[in-house]
Design a protein around this ligand. Structure first.
Ligand SMILES: C[S@@+](CC[C@H](N)C(=O)[O-])C[C@H]1O[C@@H](n2cnc3c(N)ncnc32)[C@H](O)[C@@H]1O
Length: 274
C-alpha cells in the first residue's frame, strides 16, 4: 500500500469514526465518567491562569474540569452536537471556556500555545496514533504538562471492545486505540519529548441496576455500540446484547442486586522537556 493510499484509507476510516461518535448520545455516557477528568485535572496540578487544551473533548468533561481550576480552557472535538452540549454546560457554570470544531490529528491551534494539554479517552481514538501524539506536543509549550487517560487493553472496556468486534469486526489495518492504555506505547509515541512521566492505573466504576440495564444503556447511547447493533440483523443483535450483559455480569464486583463494574484506565501525567 502506498503512503497516499494508506492516508486516504485513514481518511475514510476517520469519517466513519466521526459518524460513530455522533450517533447515540455520548453526553449520557460522559456523565458516568466525569470523575476521570476531575482526577486527571488534579493530578496534572493545573495552575490558575494557565491555557489548557482538551483534545477530543466530547461535551467537555476535562475542559470543564480544567476551567474549574480557573484556567482558560479550550475543548476541541469533531462532533458539533457534543461541542454544543459542552457550551451549555459551561454557560450553566459561567466557566471561561471555548469549544472549537477540529480534528485531533490536525488541531486548530497555534504551535506552543498551551501550558497543559489533556485528553480523556479521546486522542486514543485517532487512527494515526503518532500524528495525534505529535499534535499534542506541537500545541504544548516547552515544559508543558500533558495529561492522558486511556482505557487499558485488559480492563473492562478493553474486553467490551473485543466482545463488540467478535460480532462486528473493526476496520483492518489500524492500531488498537487500547495501546494508549499501556506505558510502553506512550513512551514510543512521546519518546524524547518527555522529561518525566507519572503513570497510574486507576478505575472508573460503572454502576447499573442490572447487566441488562448496562447493555441497554450502551446500545442506546454509546456510538461504537449503537453502530455495531445497526450492522446486525435481529438474531445478531440479540446475541450481542446477551454477550454484553454476560460481560457486565462477569466484571460485576457487587454480591447480588445492582452491579458495579470497575473500568481500568491508565492515567499518565507527562512533563515535556523545556
Ligand atoms: C470516548 S469519547 C470521550 C469524550 C471526552 N473526552 C470525555 O471524557 O467525556 C471520545 C471522543 O473523541 C472524539 N474523537 C475521536 N476521534 C477524534 C478525532 N480524530 N478528532 C477529534 N475528536 C475525536 C469523539 O468525537 C468523542 O467525543
Amino acid at each position: 500500500m502506498t503512503t497516499a493510499t494508506a492516508r486516504s484509507d485513514l481518511t475514510v476510516i476517520k469519517a466513519r469514526q466521526r459518524e460513530t461518535w455522533a450517533s447515540g448520545d455520548f453526553a449520557v455516557i460522559a456523565s458516568r465518567i466525569v470523575l476521570v477528568s476531575e482526577l486527571l485535572a488534579d493530578a496534572a496540578d493545573l495552575r490558575a491562569g494557565w491555557r489548557v487544551l482538551d483534545v477530543a473533548c466530547g461535551n467537555g468533561n476535562a475542559t470543564l474540569a480544567a476551567a474549574r481550576s480557573n484556567t482558560y480552557a479550550l475543548g476541541v472535538d469533531y462532533v458539533p452536537a457534543l461541542l454544543e452540549s459542552g457550551r451549555r454546560r459551561a454557560a450553566a457554570e459561567r466557566l471561561d471556556v471555548e469549544f472549537r470544531l477540529g480534528d485531533a490529528e490536525d488541531l486548530p491551534v497555534a504551535d506552543a500555545s498551551f501550558d497543559a494539554v489533556l485528553s480523556v479517552f479521546g486522542a486514543m481514538f485517532a487512527p494515526d496514533h503518532q500524528r495525534a501524539a505529535a499534535e499534542i506536543v506541537r500545541a504544548a509549550r516547552p515544559g508543558a504538562t500533558i495529561g492522558l487517560a486511556s482505557w487499558t487493553p485488559d480492563g473492562f472496556v478493553g474486553e467490551m471492545f473485543s466482545v463488540i468486534s467478535q460480532h462486528v469486526p473493526g476496520p483492518p489495518g489500524i492500531e488498537s486505540p487500547l495501546l494508549w492504555g499501556t506505558e510502553r506505547h506512550l513512551s514510543d509515541l512521546f519518546g524524547d519529548a518527555v522529561a518525566d512521566a507519572r503513570p497510574a492505573q486507576r478505575t472508573c466504576t460503572f454502576r447499573f441496576t442490572s447487566p441488562e440495564d448496562f447493555a441497554a444503556d450502551f446500545r442506546t447511547f454509546y456510538g461504537p455500540t449503537v453502530k455495531a447493533f445497526e450492522a446486525l440483523d435481529d438474531e445478531g443483535q440479540a446475541a450481542l446484547a446477551a454477550d454484553l450483559a454476560d460481560l457486565a455480569r462477569r466484571w460485576d464486583r457487587n454480591d447480588g442486586g445492582s452491579i458495579a463494574i470497575p473500568g481500568t484506565y491508565l492515567e499518565s501525567v507527562l512533563a515535556l522537556r523545556r
